[in-house]
Design a binder for this molecule. Structure first.
Ligand code: SKM
Length: 276
């Protein structure tokens, strides 16, 4: 019986067991997907000894993604350039491989929820320069956005990412966030502002073109203030839950051998769990 798990610290809030459990059942696979709390000081040893924990691989969530990058014997371009690993698996030769599927999850979500979202790609505005922003910047570069404006409250953090990822990223100070929405085709919030328990994201959408797509990587609540305000003025909006569902796809395929589909039924299952 093949077993995988989500690892993090804390981790009990994770919906990954529900997602993978749904696919195991849907495809009739006799596998298991659990949840293991791994504190950062134990993470390197844990990742390097997955077989001893009867695991063929695992998802890695906060705060261990950089440690997982260090633990892996082989990492793909996405993980190396993003600087974080969220999916680990043991390959046929016994080596530990690592990937970052958050970027793929971000793109998969938009492709499914807003087909054609990247037809116009003159300008994307990304709010926030934390860990999550790295995967988003990498993803948008993959789709050849002409200009990506990175805005963060601490400009130095944005500048460090701009330096790391290079063109076509340009930084701008937090005070310009509403002005920068002029001619914007895609607006992405990667900050925690607007999340349950956090302050709201204070953003004036007046200059945002009505054709712009707006997405938030936060999914609690599903309809953040940003998405509600954008929707009310006619913009197409995409919530963050789909990113979580789509980032899970490559891991499941590596561990259990089937490329699973993100279905409306799976989404409903997670939404039902979130209501409880
Ligand atoms: O990158 C993902 C991770 O693979 C799983 C996860 C979760 O279970 O909450 C969240 C993200 O960090």
């Amino acid at each position: 019986m093949r077993k995988a798990a989500v690892t993090g610290h804390p981790v009990k809030h994770s919906r990954s067991p529900l997602i993978h459990g749904y696919w195991l059942k849907t495809y009739g696979i006799e596998g298991k997907y659990g949840l293991v709390d791994v504190p950062p000081h134990e993470a390197l040893t844990f990742f390097k000894s997955l077989p001893e924990h009867q695991l063929v691989g695992c998802n890695v969530t906060i705060p261990n993604k950089e440690i997982a990058l260090e633990a892996a014997d082989i990492v793909d371009d996405a993980a190396r350039e993003i600087g974080a690993v969220n999916t680990l698996w043991i390959d046929e030769t016994g080596k530990l491989q690592g990937s970052n599927t958050d970027a793929v999850g971000f793109l998969g979500n938009l492709d499914q929820a807003a087909p054609g979202w990247d037809t116009r790609k003159a300008k994307a505005v990304v709010l926030g320069a934390g860990g999550a922003a790295r995967a988003i910047l990498w993803a948008l570069k993959q789709r050849n956005y002409q200009e990506i404006v990175l805005i963060n409250r601490t400009l130095e953090k944005a500048e460090a990412l701009q330096h790391h990822f290079g063109k076509p990223i340009r930084t701008s100070v937090w005070e310009t966030r509403s002005e920068e929405l002029e001619n914007c085709d895609l607006l992405v919030n990667t900050t925690a502002l607007g999340m349950t328990g956090q302050r709201p994201l204070d953003l004036d959408l007046d200059r945002l073109p009505s054709t712009a797509v707006v997405t938030d990587i936060v999914y609690t609540p599903l309809m953040t203030d940003l998405l509600a305000a954008a929707k009310a003025r006619g913009n197409q909006v995409v919530d963050g839950l789909g990113m979580l569902l789509h980032q899970a796809v490559p891991g499941f395929e590596k561990w259990f051998g089937i490329h699973p589909v993100v279905t409306p039924e799976l989404r409903s299952l997670i939404l039902k769990d979130m209501d409880q």
